[in-house]
Design a protein around this ligand. Sequence first.
Ligand code: HEM
Length: 289
Amino acid sequence: METEKTQTAAVQTDDRDLSEQIKKATKESHTRAENTEMMLSFQRGQVTLAQYKLLLCSLYEIYQALEEALDRNSNHPAVAPIYFPTELARLKAIEKDLEFFYGRDWREKIVVPDATKRYSHRLRQIGEENPQFLVAHAYTRYLGDLSGGQVLGRIAQKSMGLKNGDGLSFFAFPGVSSPNLFKQLYRSRMNSVELTEQERNDVLQEAVQAFEFNIQVFDGLQKMLSVAEKQQQDYSPNSKSVSARSIQLPQPNFSLVRKVLGLVVALVTISMGIYVVATPNTSYQRPTV
Ligand code: HEM
């Protein structure tokens, strides 16, 4: 649960606050992220199970890297103030959702686009080399999950007809009773991080980069889905796609086979008849008068 401080956090903003600067610096990126095909599907209530399942695979890869880096640097002066594993950690929730959709052997089934690998690689790299940049990445993901993410969760539930929160643990923050109050606390903690002017500028740039990574992940997932859909169309016998029609295999002509078989049977019958008539019967002796 969030601390008592959450409930009383003062809502005072200043242009020099990191939380204000980061919001401003990423405003345009946020709009682009909202307008990716994947996010538009969510907003229109048209998110499919295939889209959501693939998204979860990428989120697993991303949060594994992010939370490993945060855990490893939890005592770093730029990380400690924004380190809230009890309230925010997503990894276990995503694992639960993946098991719901893919079964117990989900680890062998998950697939991620290259863009996701590039994002998780960057997270691991800054975890080792520039832990202060984790502020930018944690802000982008966690504050996003606590903002638009909450609406997206409800849309996803309706679009896919999921019941009892099954498959939707990712969107649930049982340790945060008020997302708005928690975000206020989080922003005040971000503002308490001490950074030089250069470090601050670098963090702002890294936040823009974090949004860019997310946009590329969504685009990569969408590309994966359209390739899979196209392959399905190509191999489906009922497909109306041009490629499927143009590569149809020759089908056996059953009426011709039936006619040939009938002819063969007729010929065999006639031949046997001729044989019986033409051959003298040796076993039967006509009685002599
Ligand atoms: C369908 C897509 C999205 C919608 C509808 C949406 C909507 C919103 C809304 C309404 C807020 C403002 C909440 C508030 O002021 O309390 C917000 C904040 C935020 N969103 Fe999104 N969002 C979307 C996608 C994303 C994505 C993809 C990311 C990043 C990966 C993201 C990251 C953020 C962040 C970091 C904030 C906090 C901004 C701040 O207060 O500093 N959002 N979002």
